[in-house]
Design a protein around this ligand. Structure first.
Ligand code: FAD
Length: 365
């Protein structure tokens, strides 16, 4: 039987970022990925580091700020280990209120509120549509760059990345864990479930390990990429509660996204795609010159209350890091740091009680 200090299930951005953080402590880490690493939600994402989106739950604030502060070093680290650059594609975002509504004063920080004339200067061609606008200091990246860099970086750092290897279940054996996989069993000191939208499907022999009770479910998101004739036409992320446009800096603009409760369905619906494009054109009419070049679906990992799950789940050696819903790209560096601190028995640098799996009534041990 193979052995490891820590076994992580799921090779998305959450599992791989945790692996990178733990291996730097000298631990032996194995990541088990049932398909190819970074091929699910982490591949599908738009890539906004939207820490200041007024639609975010306010309880995410400290975690989001922590993650933003870790991001430059995270990207440098990936670049050094993988040789792959991950450029920031945009450095600012224009955030609109809901159509015909003002921002709620409870929605958080209204610093950055600008008038209509300034909004049109920031994004020429913008259709105000009775909205207010905030100009946010907010970066975006292309997750496909992360898909190239992160698995390479993880392997270069000494993590064992086992692709095409699904976790079937976990068993507690005395002070250790036996992880059952499609390629045999692994004896581990601890197990972290980072299976994204699938995190609720893993089974264990211990009565307390019941991730299916955490309300983790896929939230389907459909996206479209269009190509503009002019690469410089949109230079900032343009986002409202109904629609967002994320330019990649080369004339491609990602338009998203739906949030649908359709189980694990990953079919693209052409009518839905057309609606996304129409809404985007209404907000930013120059987009009518663009042509659709790609469409796809990703399954966000939703949780019972829309907040991430980080912490012990059903036993001393069983851990959970999942449920990052709309913000897993943003939150990955902070999640990795916090999981390292929790696994080491340290006090995390930001409050994590709101994210404890025990809030769903699961015993911690
Ligand atoms: C349409 C859309 C737009 C988004 N836009 C943004 C954005 O702009 N900004 C942002 O911050 N976030 C965004 N997100 C959210 C972000 O993509 C997710 O929160 C994040 O990718 C979740 O990462 P993860 O590692 O938990 O899940 P995933 O990337 O889905 O990884 C989970 C992995 O677990 C593997 N797995 C499942 N079961 C098993 C098993 N039994 N054994 C082994 N492996 C298993 C899967 O194959 C998968 O590779 C978006 C998501 C979507 C879908």
């Amino acid at each position: 039987m193979n052995t490891s200090d820590i076994v992580i299930a799921g090779g998305g951005i959450i599992g791989l970022s945790i692996a990178l953080e733990l291996v730097s402590e000298g631990l032996r880490v194995i990541v088990l990925e049932r398909g190819r690493a970074m091929s699910e939600a982490s591949w599908a994402a738009a890539g906004m580091l939207a820490a200041h989106d007024p639609e975010n739950p306010s309880v995410l604030g400290p975690l989001s700020k922590m993650s933003l502060s870790l991001y430059p070093a995270f990207l440098d680290h990936l670049h050094r280990l993988s040789g792959q650059n991950i450029p920031l594609r945009t450095r600012r975002a224009l955030q609109g209120s809901r159509r015909g509504e003002l921002f709620s004063t409870q929605a958080g920080n209204l610093a950055g509120l600008i008038d209509a004339t300034t909004a049109i200067e920031v994004v020429p061609g913008l259709n105000i549509q009775g909205r207010q606008f905030l100009l946010l200091e907010e970066d975006s990246l292309d997750p496909r760059d992360l898909c190239l860099a992160l698995p390479r970086a993880v392997v270069a750092s000494g993590v064992e990345l086992a692709e095409e290897t699904a976790v079937l279940g976990v068993k507690v054996k005395g002070q250790s864990i036996v992880v059952e996989t499609t390629n045999g069993n692994i004896d581990a000191g601890a197990f972290v479930n980072s299976c994204g939208a699938w995190a609720g499907s893993l089974h264990g022999s211990t009565g307390n390990f019941a991730p299916e009770r955490l309300g983790i479910e896929p939230r389907k998101g459909q996206l479209v990429t269009v190509q503009m004739p002019d690469s410089e036409s949109l230079k900032r992320v343009l986002r409202t509660p109904e629609i967002y446009l994320v330019p990649r800096g080369d004339g491609r603009i990602v338009i998203g996204a739906t949030i649908e409760h359709r189980g694990f369905d990953k079919a693209v619906d052409s009518d839905v795609v057309q609606t996304l494009v129409d809404e985007a054109c209404a907000l930013w009419p120059p987009l009518t010159a663009a042509r659709v070049v790609d469409t796809w679906v990703g399954l966000r990992p939703g949780s019972g209350d829309g907040l991430p799950l980080m912490g012990r789940c059903g036993g001393d050696h069983l851990w959970m890091a999942a449920g990052h819903f709309r913000n897993g790209i943003l939150l990955a560096p902070a999640t990795a740091r916090i999981m390292r601190q929790l696994l080491a028995g340290e006090r995390p640098v930001v409050p994590v009680d709101p994210f404890a799996p025990s809030r769903f009534g699961l015993e911690e041990d």
